[in-house]
Design a protein around this ligand. Structure first.
Ligand SMILES: [Zn+2]
Length: 308
């Protein structure tokens, strides 16, 4: 059974008026999931409250962590104009990290995929600063956490958000036990993720797509490059930084995927392993975001019959 890790507390992270990364994103997903008449057999889980302050120090500088906490305690503020901290954001961002960790535990326990439906996203968060709407590096932290679990020696991350996962790359590129593949529009924000960036152990694969590319380009790229790279690493677990801003309807990316295409990409990933932890990154057009999450979950449900 597919586990969905979600809490209404993720709505308490506020940004600014008209900001694309807004609580309505999660509301739209939860509402659309509630309207599904198919029996999706989802296992809804509240994220665990963990005291992660100390743990977070392994990934982000204590100065930066303190800055986020102080900013929250002082009523809020922002980095780089676009990345906001509201009074609840520090605790909510820690809960988001915790939800991704719960995803690792649930998938290891059940052998089935899980999906952490969280805000804020994390793949742009660097060691020393948040940026690109991200506060803490959810995916990279989850990968390291997974490696602390019994019988987990190799973890792969696939980042299909339309933007390069620069924060994730910074935190995993020197770890031979983690492989990262990021497929992103380029040149585009955050202007990193060149194909020459291959990690200290050839453990990073950056694939650039162009403005206007669609599933016609994505599917062969997945079949010929993404999946072979991830399979070759023989991961015990696959983490997907699931951003949905490569949708044609999304104004923050200029790639032309459709919601059903995410079902195709998810099925290709399930060919590697059923042990997949999805975590929400970007995706700002509410309808295509919600429908894409549903397509991802449906592909998991149909590939993961409880009888096989
Ligand atoms: Zn994005």
């Amino acid at each position: 059974m597919i586990s969905i890790i979600y809490s209404d507390k993720f709505l308490l992270h506020k940004t600014s008026d008209n900001h694309p990364e807004r609580p309505e994103r999660l509301r739209a997903i939860i509402e659309a999931l509630g309207q599904q008449t198919d029996n999706l057999l989802l296992h809804w889980v509240e994220p665990t409250s963990r005291d992660l302050r100390k743990y977070l120090n392994r990934f982000h500088s204590s100065k930066y962590i303190q800055k986020v906490e102080d900013m929250a305690n002082n009523g809020g503020g922002n980095f780089y104009e676009d990345t906001f901290v509201s009074p609840d954001s520090f605790n909510v961002a820690l809960l988001a990290v915790s939800a991704w960790m719960d995803g690792i535990n649930l998938t290891l326990k059940t052998g089935y995929p899980s999906f952490a439906l969280v805000r804020p996203p994390g793949h742009h968060a660097l060691q020393n600063t948040g940026m690109g709407f991200c506060l803490f590096a959810n995916a990279a932290i989850a990968a390291h956490y997974a490696l602390e679990q019994p019988d987990v020696e190799r973890v792969a991350i696939l980042d299909w958000d339309v933007h390069h996962g620069n924060g994730t790359q910074e935190l995993v590129e020197n770890n031979p036990h983690i492989a990262l593949c990021s497929i992103h529009q380029s040149p585009f924000f955050p202007f990193t993720g060149r194909e020459e960036e291959r990690g200290a152990y050839d453990n990073v694969l950056n694939i650039r797509v162009k403005q206007g590319n669609s599933i016609k380009e994505y599917k062969p790229i997945f079949e010929e490059r993404v999946i072979p790279f991830l399979l070759d690493f023989q991961p015990n677990l696959l983490i997907v930084s699931a951003g949905y801003d490569a949708n044609e309807a999304d104004s923050l990316g200029w790639v032309k995927l459709q919601p059903e295409d995410y079902g195709i990409l998810t099925k290709l990933c399930l060919g590697i392993t059923r042990k997949i932890i999805f975590g929400l990154e970007g995706g700002y057009e509410l309808n295509s975001l919600a429908q894409s999450v549903i397509q991802t979950i449906k592909a998991c449900v149909s590939s993961c019959s409880p009888w096989d």
